[in-house]
Design a protein around this ligand. Structure first.
Ligand code: HEC
Ligand code: HEC
Length: 613
């Protein structure tokens, strides 16, 4: 468990010439600084109006004092009693997305990420009553306030679709950006918010005009400046998996902030990208206040690693946040008010890592945390008032279902998400910090004087050796060892390295977007006739060889093209923002293949083909 403070306030003061327009508030809980707000609290004098839970997609939802959980590991929808004991379950599909629950109608809507459908489940009998077909890879789900419409965000096909909840008929849809995740609707039904993995934004969707507008995350957080870093040492918001409303005017989204070029007292830290005393990845909460055209924002630093679970208790105006990499839940009191303050922190595990990726609040104000690693529900009673100095009472429930992974793969998954000193300096980072959802953060990290783009891992590990952009690591274990060394970690045991490799090798391919088959067939012909296959061939689309290309690393290993639609930007330095840009020779890597002669149609066809790999 990590409780190190993230000293953003101190940092801001240390940056010359940077003045914050708004006062900074540092809030500490009894157990150490864990919540620190940059900017003015956005709340008012009174708590915001309640937001029913079904307006937000989540992994766990309260059903009375019990719970409904969609477990991505086994793929089962689980129902528990108040003690966290299993009552019933129904299979949906492995790697399932989020769910929402209409408690009045006793219906759960579960996103089946692999089979492009919403499973409509009658929760009293725990039977799948029907399915709603969706675009590729549904993930976020939320109901509108009158529960008449179901909104779904889809990852591979990048859409937000509204369905008639009763009939499953599509009402409307609108395009989203790349890698959308969680979804929430405001209590008055006027707007929805969609969180993103790699864009650094949250989309605001006008539910009357069906138009999406991005809001940049965390703009009030002072960027760290490194004077000799060759660029301005910018920081990037990443990894927003969840978002939720606090009444109509406010919302909150947990995310992480990444600094891919390391500062070392004004000079570049070139040796390690795991950071020194300051972590290159910090964990934050963005608070939004909507009013007219302007959206105000404040950002808080939190100590929850890889935060992706959030729940608000409107009765007590308490906000709860947890993350996969630290087995704690932080309570934030008066979350929607000017008097916002850190509450308590509850520890979730005494033994095996919990990996919380869902939180819910029951009618009585009890917090339920879904431990995705142990597949159990933990109940937490936070003290009723600030005056009550007692510790939160934590009651872990039993494991509800077996993992679908082998024991070794499961161990590897835990290692992948743990922020440990074995992996990175001071335990700052986990593998999943830069490879969220087993994918990539879309950033180029400065490593040994090169800008190196984080590669996507899912489905790309087997049959693609050697590893790294320069092909410098012959085997996966070599690659893992060199990664941990670069990150400043002490290194994993042989057993844990093997477990990590087993986990990575079992990761499924990412889902691909839907494309017109005729266009894909034409694009395949262009791919063949342009000689792409001389290097990108075989089942993983790589010859596993190194090539000398102009203006690049001394040599570049041919990357696999599997899942390439989900791995923008492109090339080892991320210099081609899109596949079109890459084919138009608008990256910093040249001489791969001469595509300058291709017509706009041919580029579009080739891109469509690449999208489907
Ligand atoms: C700070 C961000 C960051 C962290 C943390 C991180 N990676 Fe990476 N990963 C990268 C970047 C950047 C590269 C490309 C480096 C290169 O090519 O030299 C990479 C490359 C890889 C590769 C090679 C993929 C290929 O196709 O060649 C694997 C495998 C990998 N990482 C797995 C891991 C694992 C496992 C961990 C945890 C032990 C981890 N990464 C931690 C950013 C990160
Ligand atoms: C001479 C071998 C070779 C040929 C021919 C070749 N590629 Fe590549 N390709 C590479 C190498 C090497 C890289 C990595 C370059 C770098 O970033 O340093 C690459 C990178 C890419 C990437 C970026 C992948 C990523 O994840 O960033 C795409 C997309 C791609 N190639 C598509 C194509 C297409 C389409 C063609 C045919 C028009 C083609 N390549 C022809 C070797 C080749």
């Amino acid at each position: 468990m990590r409780t190190r403070s993230l000293a953003l306030g101190v940092l801001a003061a240390a940056v010359p010439g940077l003045t914050l327009a708004k006062p900074m508030i540092r809030l500490e809980s009894g157990s150490g600084p864990a919540f620190q707000l940059v900017g003015r609290p956005l709340g008012g004098a009174r708590p915001a109006a309640p937001t029913p839970a079904y307006l937000t997609g989540a992994r766990i939802m309260a059903d009375g004092e019990g719970a409904l959980v969609i477990d991505a590991d086994s793929g089962a929808l689980l129902r528990t009693d108040a003690g966290g004991k299993g009552l019933a379950q129904v299979a949906i599909a492995r790697d399932a997305g989020l769910m929402t629950f209409d408690a009045a109608a006793r219906i759960a809507y579960v996103a089946d990420r692999r089979n492009d459908r919403i499973a409509v489940v009658h929760t009293d009998t725990m039977t799948v009553a029907s399915s709603i077909a969706t675009p590729a890879e549904p993930y976020g789900v939320a109901l509108t306030p009158d529960r008449s419409q179901l909104l779904v965000s889809t990852i591979a096909d990048r859409t937000l679709v509204a369905y008639d909840a009763a009939t499953g008929r599509e009402r409307w849809r609108t395009a989203l950006g790349s890698e959308p995740r969680g979804l929430a609707v405001s209590p008055d039904g006027t707007r929805a918010l969609v969180a993103y993995l790699t864009t650094g934004t949250v989309d605001q969707i006008d539910l009357r005009a069906h138009r999406a507008d991005p809001i940049a995350l965390g703009h009030e957080t002072p960027a760290r400046r490194c004077r000799h870093c060759g660029n301005d040492g910018d920081s990037f918001a990443r990894g927003a998996f969840a978002v939720t409303f606090l009444g109509n005017q406010m919302a909150v989204a947990p995310f992480q902030r990444e600094v891919p070029v390391q500062d070392n007292g004004g000079a570049e830290r070139a040796g390690s990208y795991g950071g020194g005393s300051e972590s290159p990845v910090t964990h934050q909460l963005a608070f939004f206040r909507f009013g007219g055209e302007l959206t105000e924002q404040a950002t808080a630093a939190i100590s929850q690693h890889q935060p992706r679970a959030v729940a608000w208790d409107p009765e007590r105006d308490a906000l709860y946040v947890a993350g996969l990499g630290s087995d704690t839940v932080i309570q934030i009191r008066n979350a929607s008010q000017a008097s916002i303050a850190a509450g308590r922190i509850a520890g979730l595990s005494a033994g095996d890592a919990c990996g919380p990726d869902g939180l819910a609040v029951t009618a009585s104000g009890r917090v339920l945390a879904w431990c995705s690693f142990t597949r159990s529900v933990v109940r937490i009673d936070f003290p009723a008032s600030e005056a009550d100095r007692g510790a939160p009472a934590v009651a872990p429930g039993p494991a509800l279902i077996a993992s679908a992974m082998t024991a070794r793969q499961h161990d590897g998954m835990v290692v992948f998400h743990a922020a440990s000193a074995a992996v990175s300096e001071s335990g700052n980072l986990a593998c999943a910090s830069c490879h969220p959802d087993n994918r990539a953060d879309g950033l180029s990290w400065r490593i040994e004087k090169h800008e190196l783009q984080t590669p996507l891992l899912s489905g790309r590990v087997v049959g693609t050796h050697p590893y790294k952009w320069d092909g410098g690591d012959a085997t996966l274990r070599d690659s893992l060892r060199s990664t941990m060394k670069r990150l400043g970690g002490t290194g994993l045991s042989r057993r844990d390295t093997d477990a990590l490799a087993a986990y990575l090798e079992a990761l499924p391919a990412v889902r691909t977007p839907t494309r017109d088959p005729a266009q894909v067939a034409r694009g395949r012909k262009v791919f063949d006739s342009e000689g792409c296959r001389s290097c990108h061939d075989g089942p993983t689309y790589t010859d596993q060889q190194r090539h000398k290309l102009a203006g690049t690393l001394r040599e570049s290993d041919t990357p696999s093209l599997l899942g390439v639609a989900a791995s923008a930007p492109y090339f080892h330095d991320g210099s081609a923002a899109t596949l079109e840009a890459l084919l138009r020779d608008r990256g910093a890597v040249h001489g791969m293949a001469d595509t300058a002669r291709l017509t706009a149609h041919e580029v579009a066809d080739l891109t469509a083909f690449l999208d489907t790999l």
